[in-house]
Design a protein around this ligand. Sequence first.
Ligand SMILES: [Zn+2]
Length: 265
Amino acid sequence: MVFEIFAGRRRARLRAQPFPPVWRAILERNLAFFRRLSEEDQTELIGHIQVFLAEKYFEGAGGLELDDEIRVTIAAQACLLLLHRKTDYYPELTSIIVYPTGYTADEVRHVGGGVWEEGPEDRLGHTASHLRALVLAWDAARRGAADPTDGQNVVLHEFAHQLDFENRNADGTPALDTHAEYLAWARVMSAEFNELRRAEAAGVATVLDGYGATNPTEFFAVATEAFFERPRALRARHPALYAELRRFYRQDPVVFSSEGLATSN
Ligand SMILES: [Zn+2]
């Protein structure tokens, strides 16, 4: 309890620190969503980034030399998931390990149509419950931030897993406030998960990436990517899922998404 009071004060001090202008320039340059956030949300996000960068340990791997651009670009996407909520800043996470590009790992993977394969896979990111680390490929993290509407965002994906771990179980259900919320979550998520599994088995493309059919944990991470990256499409085709995620994230990304707006390529 005493520790929590000190941590709370330290974090309040960190949030109130002046934000270096070069970091703000990185946000404006690399994060397509940043300029579309309200000024209030920008301020809140910047506060969270300061705490995040002070508390998490970043490590470069595979020859990557870390710099502020990498740290700030990753932190900003991670902290987008924390807006409007009381947060303990990913308490299950200590380190973020960043590779220059995708890296190879051995794992079992879903290759579509209900077929599973075991072997080395190129990965863009990874985290696991009790690992206390999160691994990212910098090129994918940067791409996810620059193109916020392609439905793919490895940083949002991996940090959604971390939110899932906050209540100890990696089960696709993050910490919710009330029993009624858990019931509603279970009802909506299991129906949507089963629908995605059926679509995957039938080879039908949906707004959600088929990887979400792997298990409920991946479903939550994939649904989070779609929620922030393709909110209009998700709201139109999966209104119950969109409503559930909007309640959990306390945000309505339709408001700040550039999805469907004309771009100059
Ligand atoms: Zn995942």
